[in-house]
Design a protein around this ligand. Structure first.
Ligand SMILES: NC(=O)c1ccc[n+]([C@@H]2O[C@H](COP(=O)([O-])OP(=O)(O)OC[C@H]3O[C@@H](n4cnc5c(N)ncnc54)[C@H](O)[C@@H]3O)[C@@H](O)[C@H]2O)c1
Length: 347
């Protein structure tokens, strides 16, 4: 690249997909989960804040910043449940990883795939700490963009390949079945959410609707299950009946953010929750009994995006994977650092 630019690495959708295929999806999720686990263990080193969220009647636009003092990252992400009616996705995203010392960006990455990867890796990581050790069956309610990633993550980290699944949309069910065919999953297509959760040890809810929905009602939930609640991630957007939350031992990412966005927005401000990092670091107990219901009330937190960007940044430094990024002229480097105007004078 021309000496008057400092190259920034760019991992777009095509290269990210190629990279993940090259590593192997399950291996990538396992490795990414270890990055997330390591970062949750050093929680105190991070400058943490709830995300910025701009709400509209159709959805939300969010910025998710975080820094560990050496690197800074942010993700731009939306959430528009009605987008599918116009042939668009509910969630799209991109992110940046920067060097704190100079403030210069180093990596610009697509993060639509990245969000699905890091969300599923975080879900399975949380379940590793919170679900019953003998868990064998998972129900998935909501078979949209995130769903196959969730299935793969639970297979990779917990060895769960027995799935009972449900969606209100026949097309989504068929897509899910096709995408996972021949991948060593045993999939039971259920006729209702209630039928899907019957006998499941772990229940993942990953639906999209901008309202207080009741995907799971109290009578559907038996003792000892672990609920991985993914879709309730915005003010006014929940998936669980309040009484399920009340019965559960609840774990969240950043309490301050989850009180506004998670299932616990339904509860009063003193409702007890534990932050996941405390369990991962060994400072709090996760599941206390075989009979209790554990709920990972996930809304998605900036630390998981930071871990993802760190993972990708490390990967593309590896000689085996250098073909999976491009360099772009995002940052100027004039001969005289105070002569920005020279760019307008050059050919
Ligand atoms: N917690 C996190 O970190 C995180 C990360 C990514 C996405 N999300 C959230 O997860 C949800 C799903 O995301 P996506 O990208 O898969 O969305 P998507 O629109 O691709 O899929 C949503 C699916 O839910 C189904 N659905 C809607 N209502 C349902 C119901 N009542 N019963 C059964 N199925 C129902 C839809 O038919 C669709 O197939 C969204 O709400 C999104 O905001 C959370």
């Amino acid at each position: 690249m021309d000496k008057n630019y400092i190259p920034v690495k760019y991992t777009g959708v095509k290269n990210t997909a190629r990279l993940i295929k090259e590593i192997g999806l399950e291996n990538a999720i396992i490795e990414l989960a270890s990055y997330i686990e390591d970062d949750y263990k050093r929680w105190d080193q991070f400058d943490l804040s709830p995300r910025y969220a701009s709400h509209t009647p159709d959805g939300v636009l969010e910025l998710m910043p975080i820094s560990d003092g050496e690197k800074f990252s942010f993700k731009y992400v939306n959430g528009h449940p009605k987008n599918f009616k116009n042939g668009l996705m509910t969630v799209v995203a991109f992110g940046v990883l920067s060097d704190v010392k100079t403030g210069y960006p180093q990596l610009l990455s697509e993060m639509t795939l990245g969000t699905a990867l890091r969300t599923s890796a975080t879900s399975a990581l949380a379940a590793k700490y919170l679900s019953r050790k003998n868990s064998k069956k998972m129900a998935i309610i909501g078979l949209g963009s995130q769903s196959e990633f969730q299935a793969y993550a639970f297979k990779a980290l917990l060895g769960i390949s027995d799935l009972q699944v449900f969606d209100i949309d026949e097309k989504a069910i068929e897509k899910f079945r096709k995408n996972l065919a021949g991948q060593n999953f045993r999939i039971k297509l259920a006729s209702s959410a209630e039928a899907a959760v019957a006998g499941a040890d772990i229940i993942t809810t990953v639906t999209a609707d901008k309202k207080q929905a009741t995907i799971l009602s109290d009578n559907m939930i038996g003792n000892g299950v672990h609920i991985n609640g993914i879709g309730g991630d915005c003010p006014g957007k929940t998936e669980l009946q309040k009484s399920i939350v009340a019965r559960s031992n609840v774990f969240v990412e950043l309490e301050e953010q989850s009180r506004i966005e998670g299932e616990i927005q339904q509860m009063d401000e003193n409702f007890p929750v534990t932050e996941l990092w405390q369990v991962i670091k060994g400072e709090a107990t996760g599941r206390k009994t075989q009979d209790e219901i554990t709920l990972f009330d996930s809304v998605g937190f900036a630390l998981e995006d930071f871990s993802y960007l760190r993972f990708i940044n490390d990967k593309i430094k590896d000689a085996r994977f250098t073909e999976f990024y491009k360099e772009i002229d995002l940052i100027t480097a004039p001969d005289d650092p105070r002569d920005l105007f020279s760019f307008l004078n050059s050919e």
